[in-house]
Design a protein around this ligand. Structure first.
Ligand SMILES: NC(=O)c1ccc[n+]([C@@H]2O[C@H](COP(=O)([O-])OP(=O)(O)OC[C@H]3O[C@@H](n4cnc5c(N)ncnc54)[C@H](OP(=O)(O)O)[C@@H]3O)[C@@H](O)[C@H]2O)c1
Length: 301
């Protein structure tokens, strides 16, 4: 519990899975009077021991405070809880930290606007142990007024509370884009271990050297963004033609060792299509012109 005597804004947390429990715990830790509700009651037990008030119904939870944070598995679940509570929410602030698509966030925001509920959509970008720490990143979008008013309270969840715009779908876009990068990366990581172990190298023997690759990523992230935004891809230090040949070497070695090569084939296909479009001497960032060729992509819905 916080040692300061400044009164803290009371808050309600709905959804007490792994993340909801961490969120409610962080509010308690920062001294916010915290009301909790979860479909399965027992998940609130340890929070009640720590000082949370358990509401008997979701409606009681919403009516208990002006600010409610919801964090459940997806928007089907959150709308199942919230749809019958429109009246209880009227004039209050709803912060939905459930992850889903931007489309679902926009639908939920439209529902909230219909019922005069101030709505913030959010996304949690860190695992539960980091919740409440200064380095924890959470995105928010939607009502700027609600964010400005409750930012000090929301900062109890994570010091990096980033409001990314009034379009309620934006927090989800930032979330999914970062996770797009994350899942592509960890899938490549596991594949790298599979390649190494195929020749008797233990994953733990390779691991210490991966930091070299990790450390070159931050500048790559920055200049790739600048190149994409400028639609200019100078390949003076390393060109796509050379890098596509490098992917081919990995692909052949992986195939020879009987590994799954679906991710590598897809990387190679994108690089080859960019080369065919005239980007052989450009930077890898030029593959953007294939990935984001919205009229030509066979996978576009
Ligand atoms: N855990 C993480 O590290 C992490 C990190 C970043 C973001 N997130 C996001 O945080 C959100 C919650 O994740 P979590 O880890 O807390 O998941 P979880 O541990 O699986 O908990 C799921 C929660 O959703 C509730 N729920 C599911 N279906 C429901 C329904 N039909 N009606 C009412 N409640 C329902 C569950 O209630 P019951 O207890 O009654 O089943 C529980 O409270 C997700 O959107 C996830 O993507 C999680």
């Amino acid at each position: 519990m916080s040692t300061t005597n400044t009164p803290r804004t009371p808050v309600t947390v709905i959804g007490l899975g792994a993340m909801g429990q961490a969120l409610a715990g962080a509010f308690l830790e920062a001294g916010h009077p915290t009301t909790v509700w979860n479909r399965s009651r027992s998940k609130g037990d340890s929070l009640v021991v720590r000082g949370a008030v358990r509401a008997e119904t979701a409606e009681e939870a919403v009516r208990a405070t002006e600010l409610t944070v919801v964090c459940v598995v997806d928007y089907d679940a959150s709308q199942a809880i919230l749809a019958p509570l429109a009246e209880a929410f009227e004039g209050r602030v709803l912060v939905n930290l459930t992850s889903d698509t931007p489309e679902r966030s926009r639908e939920a925001a439209a529902w909230a606007a219909e019922h005069s509920i101030a709505h913030l959509d959010g996304a949690v970008m860190v695992p539960t142990p980091l919740i409440g720490s200064p380095e924890a990143l959470l995105f928010y979008s939607g009502s700027q007024e609600a964010f400005d008013r409750h930012e000090p309270t929301l900062k109890a969840l994570g010091g990096k509370a980033a409001f990314v715009g009034t379009d309620p779908g934006l927090a989800a876009i930032y979330d999914l884009s970062l996770l797009d990068f994350f899942y592509g990366s960890i899938s490549g990581l596991v594949h790298a271990y599979a390649l190494a172990t195929g020749d008797g190298v233990k994953a733990a023997d390779l691991a210490p050297y991966l930091s070299t690759i990790v450390q070159i990523l931050p500048p790559i992230a920055e200049y790739t963004a600048a190149n994409i935004d400028a639609s200019s891809y100078p390949g003076t230090q390393a060109n796509l033609g050379m890098m596509a040949a490098g992917v081919d070497h990995i692909l052949h070695a992986a195939r020879t060792r009987g590994l799954d090569v679906s991710q590598l084939e897809s990387i190679k296909s994108v690089a080859d299509r960019a080369v065919a479009k005239g980007h052989r001497d450009d930077d890898w960032a030029s593959t953007y012109e294939v990935l984001a060729d919205r009229d030509q992509n066979p996978s576009a819905a």
